[in-house]
Design a binder for this molecule. Structure first.
Ligand code: NOJ
Ligand code: CA
Length: 686
């Protein structure tokens, strides 16, 4: 449909959608959020598809290009007009089988716009736009055509008032994948970045650009081409092509989360809402939970992955860990280094890993029997060191072995430098790919689908970033995809105090993270060690279980260190990993953050208790927290784990005050967090 030229006239089409007709040569259409604060406008002015975004009456994204360049086919950049539009509105709630919230509300207005070529009159692509109160997403839908190889996606994000905006980011296309410390800079200094890319403008509007439902496409990074204008920079294949299609494809959703305060970003479900519903059917076999592991000992050099005297993964040690886990209520024990191939420098052993042969001192049948006896599970591990063809060849046998050994969860690993994932192509030649290119996007998802066949859930390390696919494939439980606790074991340098309050507003917007909290012995090399120790207090380690959401959480330290601090350990034993609802109560990017979460009713959890986690950067601070999230009229016994008066991460990380006091929803708690400290609270319903 096309409307007659009529300067200044706005035609109201349906709830939330308005067409502005400017001249005979150009049309523009807008769609707004249900609360009318956020407006997306798309136009064909000057025959170029462009969009812009406003929030609370101010433009936040200036007119920005859309389109594609292809190899051996004409671009879809210009000479286009809007041939057709249609609209829809949607409002319902859906349930997550597990998650940070059980019920998710999906309320949005949709606009679908078809662009056609002016000369040939052939449809080029459709842009589907969904605008929610907490942000928006748009995706391209391209029907069968001769343009099959995308060399560039032309989507721009041109930030308004960019010279006065601040950004928090990690570099893209680097050797260490997503494992960098975050930069806090003027937006103009963010040259080439990963998403989620979080920034705020001079009015205090916080935004984060990311993507949802990344399937059979390259990961999007953002490249700042002109000050304030970021262009989608797709991570290419080894042959330079960005995305290979058969001429018909849907791009992932390009997403912009928007709020007038930092915590709005954390309370958004935009990414999940833009993913497709569960495709796996009954997923009652997917279980959140807590685990321990033969793991930290390797990272701090007490044990080795490879064979020999210090071999970590022995039958005896695994049995001892199973006993400890069962006794303290953990579901399983992760064991790394039990399979052959770790000897020598395992970083470069991708060609020789076996995923089924055990070292002689690891008896998987005996471990299965012991696990069944004590009531805990073995958690599997597949380290590929980036040789995905070697893994691919053994994957089915590897899952089959685990399934028959009672394993329901596997941690995978793709340790290799960026651009160095090795695959053997159809002609037998090695090719080297990026972790976030289309080849690996497909490889990671294929792994999830094959695991599902064996009722196995996956925790991916060195992953592709999360784009909400846990909704569609609920056995993709969690992943790494940022600097985790392990960096505190071997330095280079360790995670600074601001790292975790930074993660909350950046990496965590993508989805759950297996950060592996809970290090109790901060001074395994002495507290004076500048590089090899967590730069936090003990209370902050506890608070991380609430702040950094993951449906599976590790108690990462050695059992003896938990037994040495049983009072603090009690919090890890109590805290659930599956939530009825979650609320980000307060925080600023990279400074501090406070979350309250209500446990989900399940097994021995009644669903009535609430938990709170608060963490701070290098600055001590005093927080006043209204407990109005608690159920009115109910009394709770608050178990408060808080930094002691003299605590600080550098010299006195262990000073911890544990107290119990009765509270109701009318109370306000005053919490003093030490430098790089925290607070963890269980509100036990009485
Ligand atoms: C890197 C992972 O992040 C870590 O958890 C694991 O221990 C090593 N790779 C070995 O697989
Ligand atoms: Ca890692």
């Amino acid at each position: 449909m096309r409307y007659p030229s009529s300067l200044g006239l706005a035609i109201s089409l349906t709830v939330g959608v308005v067409a502005h007709i400017n001249t005979a040569q150009a049309a523009s259409f807008s769609v707004q959020s249900p609360d009318k604060q956020l407006i997306f406008t798309i136009s064909d002015e000057k025959s170029q598809p462009k969009y812009q975004v406003s929030f609370q009456g101010k433009i936040i994204i200036n007119p920005s290009s859309l389109g594609f360049d292809f190899a051996r086919a004409p671009s879809m950049r210009d000479n286009m007009y809007i041939r057709n539009t249609s609209t829809a509105s949607h409002h319902d709630t859906w349930q997550q089988p597990w998650g940070e919230a059980r019920e998710i509300t999906d309320h949005h207005n949709e606009l679908l716009v078809t662009f056609a070529d002016k000369t040939t009159q052939v449809d080029q692509y459709r842009v589907r736009i969904r605008v929610f109160d907490d942000g928006l997403g748009f995706r391209y839908e391209v029907n069968k055509n001769n343009a099959r190889y995308i060399t560039r996606e032309l989507t721009e994000f041109s930030i308004t008032d960019s010279g006065e905006s601040q950004a928090w980011w990690i570099p893209a296309r680097g050797w260490n994948r997503y494992e960098y410390t975050y930069h806090t800079t003027p937006l103009h200094d963010a040259s080439h970045v990963h998403t989620p890319f979080t920034f705020k403008n001079k009015h205090g509007v916080h935004m984060s650009i990311h993507e949802a439902a990344l399937v059979d496409y390259a990961g999007m990074t953002l490249n700042q081409r002109r000050p304030g204008t970021f262009i989608s920079d797709l991570t290419p294949w080894s042959d330079g092509i960005a995305v290979k299609t058969n001429g018909q494809f849907k791009s992932p959703w390009r997403t912009i989360q928007v709020g007038d305060q930092a915590t709005d970003l954390l309370n958004s479900h935009l990414i999940l809402n833009l993913n497709e519903p569960n495709k796996l059917g009954d997923v009652s076999w997917v279980e959140p939970g807590k685990y321990t592991g033969i793991w930290w000992g390797m990272h701090i050099g007490q044990h080795t992955w490879g064979s020999g005297e210090k071999h970590g993964a022995t039958t005896e040690r695994t049995k001892a860990y199973l006993n400890f886990s069962a006794e303290h209520g953990f579901d399983g024990v992760l064991v790394e280094g039990w399979n052959t191939g770790w000897d020598g420098d395992w970083f470069f052993n991708g060609d020789v890993f076996s995923f089924t042969d055990a070292y002689p001192d690891f008896d998987i049948a005996a471990i299965k029997a012991h696990a069944e006896k004590v009531g805990a599970r073995l958690i599997g591990h597949h380290e590929t060191s980036g040789n995905v063809s070697n893994y691919r060849a053994q994957m089915e046998a590897a899952f089959a072995l685990y399934a028959q050994s009672g394993v329901t969860q596997v941690k995978t690993g793709y340790v290799a430098d960026g651009g160095n994932i090795k695959r053997i192509d159809a002609r037998g030649h090695p090719r080297f790919e990026w972790h976030d290119g289309q080849f690996m996007v497909n490889e990671y998802l294929d792994n999830i689908k094959l695991a599902a066949k064996y009722k196995i859930s996956i925790n991916t390390h060195e992953p592709i970033k999360d784009t909400g696919l846990r909704r569609t494939y609920p056995n993709w439980l969690t992943r790494e995809g940022a600097r985790g606790q392990e960096f505190n074991a071997w330095g280079t340098p360790p995670n600074p105090p601001e790292h975790t309050p930074m993660l909350a507003f950046t990496r965590m917007l993508a989805g759950p993270m297996d950060f592996t909290p809970g290090i109790f012995d901060m001074g395994f090399n002495g507290l004076g060690d500048k590089t090899n120790r967590p730069q936090t207090t003990l209370a902050k380690q506890l608070a991380l279980y609430v702040v950094l959401y993951s449906p599976v959480q590790m108690a990462a330290d050695l059992p003896k260190n938990y037994l040495a601090k049983p009072d603090a350990f009690q919090f890890i034993k109590d805290v659930p990993t599956d939530w009825e609802q979650s609320i980000a109560l307060a925080g600023e990017v990279g400074d501090y953050v406070v979350f309250a979460r209500q446990e989900r009713a399940k097994k021995h959890y009644t669903g009535e208790d609430w938990y709170l986690g608060a963490i701070t950067d290098e600055h001590a601070r005093e927080l006043k927290i209204d407990l109005d999230f608690l159920v009115p009229g109910k009394r709770y016994e608050a178990h408060i784990y808080q930094d002691g008066a003299q605590a600080n991460w550098q010299h006195n990380p262990y000073a911890l005050t544990i107290k119990k006091q009765q509270v109701t929803h009318k109370d306000t708690l005053s919490l003093r967090l030490a430098a790089s400290g925290g607070a963890a609270i269980r509100f036990k319903a009485l």
